[in-house]
Design a protein around this ligand. Structure first.
Ligand SMILES: Nc1ncnc2c1ncn2[C@@H]1O[C@H](COP(=O)(O)OP(=O)(O)OP(=O)(O)O)[C@@H](O)[C@H]1O
Ligand SMILES: [Mg+2]
Length: 258
């Protein structure tokens, strides 16, 4: 417990070593400790190749840690959990399925029989601005629209934990800013605890309750920032002194001078 809030996830001394054929072992993550509070949005900010995706995959139960413990709601994570939702850097929609059927896909693989799923999928698609595109194939959508659809797919089964790996990295700046606001809207509606990987200092500060800034590989937590700016947040916030102060702190931890 932290104050009167509940701990959702705890990482203790997490280390990951990749043992590679005919090569030295590669230490991707070293001694990472952190706590994520139920319902909060935490960004993992760090330089390219430092180990962010590896850490996200460990949280998702897709990659085992070499050492240390990952506990979610007090339970050790040893494999993928059905109530997690993941958004990858590329949308990875199935081209032969309609947008609606892509969104409904997790319900099929998790064998969740739920008569409300179709209605929920339609509601989510409306929430992300894809009303009217339910029946089209993904190749008729722009990159940003595809990523919106993949966000709906990650949310369809009401995950308790939403994991996002640089989901907006490939989008232009304006679309990325729109997607940031959309994510905050979605988070307000769903209340899912969210872990968000990004390279962008501004994106991390804008979205998060907490920013974990990582060192170069092996990833270690260099700085932990609690962004005590109240929600809802709006685009103009990016130009305020309070916001710039957090950007500077995160930048300094990354070794960026500006
Ligand atoms: N399956 C694997 N086998 C061996 N090495 C790996 C494997 N997966 C990742 N690595 C190595 O671990 C390190 C961290 O990789 P990771 O993908 O986690 O970085 P990242 O911070 O997500 O980078 P980026 O910001 O570029 O996406 C890299 O040096 C990478 O080569
Ligand atoms: Mg990555």
């Amino acid at each position: 417990m932290v104050g009167d809030t509940c701990s959702f996830c705890e990482l203790e001394n997490v280390r990951k070593v990749f043992h590679r054929k005919n090569d030295e072992p590669l230490v991707a993550i070293d001694d990472v400790c952190c706590e994520i509070i139920e319902g909060e949005l935490v960004s993992l900010l760090g330089p390219s190749g430092c180990g962010k995706t590896t850490l996200l995959r460990i949280l998702a139960g897709l990659t085992p840690a070499s050492d240390g413990t990952v506990r979610i709601r007090g339970k050790d994570i040893n494999g993928p959990e059905p109530d997690f939702g993941i958004v990858f850097q590329t949308p990875n929609l199935m081209p032969w399925r309609t947008v609606l059927d892509n969104v409904l896909f997790p319900m099929e693989i998790l064998k969740l029989k739920n008569g409300d799923a179709r209605k929920r999928a339609l509601d989510l698609l409306e929430l992300v601005g894809l009303k009217g595109f339910e029946k089209v194939r993904p190749n008729q959508l722009s990159g940003g629209m595809q990523q919106r659809a993949s966000l709906c797919r990650a949310l369809i089964h009401k995950p308790s934990l939403l994991l996002m790996d640089e989901p907006f990295g490939a989008l232009d700046e304006l679309t990325r800013m729109e997607m940031n606001d959309l994510l905050l809207d979605i988070r307000r509606v769903t209340n899912a605890t969210t872990v968000f990987v990004t390279h962008s200092i501004t994106e991390a500060v804008y979205l998060s309750d907490q920013v974990l800034v990582f060192s170069t590989r092996p990833a270690r937590v260099a700085t932990r920032l609690r962004i005590d700016i109240p929600y809802p947040r709006s685009p103009e916030l990016r130009y305020t002194e309070q916001f710039n102060k957090f950007e500077k702190l995160a930048g300094a931890a990354l070794g960026v001078t500006r």
